[in-house]
Design a protein around this ligand. Structure first.
Ligand code: FEO
Length: 400
């Protein structure tokens, strides 16, 4: 971006916005783009904290050089790598070519991936929990936070200014459209909250227990500013974003229900609408109905993360679950999502398979069923649909 944004005394934001990429990790939709943040500390010794995705930052290296020159510096002394995923490590090669003597700070797992990606094996400083690095005014302390979101991930805490460089943690999808800081955003809830939860559930959610372990390590640290690798810098309300991540990583959910169905000719869809109406009559006020063939998996996962109640419906398809619903269940099993209550329904024309396999999923993931599954034969007449009433009733009871 080539602008000077000072976060704290001689700490600068070096971020870029990616509005071209359609899919994050070539998987998750980016309707509002994504930002990649890195940070420069121009103290007596100089340090760059993470880089950005290659090719997204224009003259990124030149930008760093100019910021250093403004501070009367020529040399970049340290490159601190909190996370090696290429959306943050992509410019490491250019940095090392521009400042060949730069010392690279990471942990043992960082360096293994660093060699694998970029063939770099020299000028490495390995750090462990609580190790420190003196830059002059700034004193950095390292916190190992494995699996938030890769095995090598760590955080860097500036003990002088209370700035936490948090890696992927506390990040979000969505570009920074001029507003870099949380207090510059007029409507965080409308603009970022949903995208932040989708980012959490899609990218980090699988490692929620490791997020909680990271929280335990951060307990008692005076965090005045949170600098994530994606999304706004939190200088006014750092506890707000910390609280959101804490809640999501404890799998706390809203008292609502998402009904996701797969339907070939509308019979299972009709049952979904019937159950949704019955849920409303039972007093549930947050209800989402999603056609798994229409709504991207990314948003389905987000809905499941958001609501405590999950009702899954599948027609039989070649004696199996409908493929789009099966894909969701597979992903939920991989993620090990917890603290949900479950309802199941479906339809069939000959010997079934949708509900039968949904039951296998229920046993595997261990979410309690709110009622007996409903498997409808043929057209869902009012008489047949009545067996779905117990699902709505049971869900309302479970959500109380
Ligand atoms: Fe934003 Fe795990 O990379």
């Amino acid at each position: 971006m080539n602008v000077k944004v000072e976060i704290a005394d001689r700490i600068y934001w070096l971020g870029t916005n990616d509005r071209r990429k359609e899919l994050f990790e070539n998987l998750w939709p980016l309707p509002n783009g994504v930002s990649y943040n890195s940070y420069l500390i121009a103290d007596e010794k100089t340090a760059l904290v993470d880089t950005i995705e290659m090719g997204t930052g224009g003259d990124y290296v030149g930008w760093i050089g100019r910021l250093l020159e403004e501070q009367g510096k020529q040399q970049l002394d340290y490159l601190i790598i909190n996370h090696m995923e290429p959306d943050h490590s992509g410019e490491i090669g250019d940095i090392v070519r521009r400042w060949p003597t730069v010392k690279i700070v990471g942990n043992g797992k960082t360096f293994k991936i660093l060699e694998g990606y970029y063939g770099i094996t020299e000028n490495l400083i390995e750090v462990k929990d609580d190790d420190t690095l003196e830059l002059g005014h700034h004193r950095l302390k390292f916190v190992m936070t494995p699996w938030v979101h890769w095995p090598e991930t760590m955080m860097t805490y500036d003990t002088t200014e209370g700035v936490l460089f948090s890696g992927d943690a506390f990040g979000t999808f969505g570009t920074l459209d001029g507003a870099v800081f949380d207090d510059e955003i007029a409507d965080f809830e409308g603009r970022y909250l949903g995208e932040m939860r989708r980012y959490y559930s899609n990218i980090v959610g699988k490692y929620s227990n490791m997020v909680q372990k990271a929280f335990a390590k951060l307990a008692g640290i005076d965090i005045r500013t949170v600098c994530p690798l994606h999304g706004p810098v939190w200088r006014s309300e750092p506890q707000k974003v910390i609280g959101l991540y804490d809640r999501w990583s404890r799998c706390e959910a809203e008292a609502g229900v998402v009904i996701v169905y797969g339907s070939m000719y509308g019979n299972t869809a009709a049952a979904a609408d019937y159950i949704a109406r019955r849920c409303a009559e039972e007093g549930i006020r947050e209800i989402r109905v999603r056609d798994a063939s229409k709504t991207h998996l990314s948003y389905l996962i987000d809905d499941v993360w958001r609501y405590r109640g999950v009702i899954l419906g599948s027609c039989a398809y070649n004696t199996q679950m409908f493929p789009t619903v099966e894909r969701l269940t597979t992903e939920l099993l991989h993620m090990g999502v917890k603290n949900k209550v479950l309802g199941l329904f479906g339809s069939y024309s000959w010997n079934g398979g949708g509900v039968k396999n949904l039951k296998v999923f229920a046993e595997s993931i261990g979410w309690p069923l709110v009622a007996e599954p409903a498997d409808l034969f043929g057209t869902p007449t009012p008489e047949k649909l009545a067996c779905c009433d117990a699902i709505a009733r049971g869900m309302a009871q479970a959500l109380k």
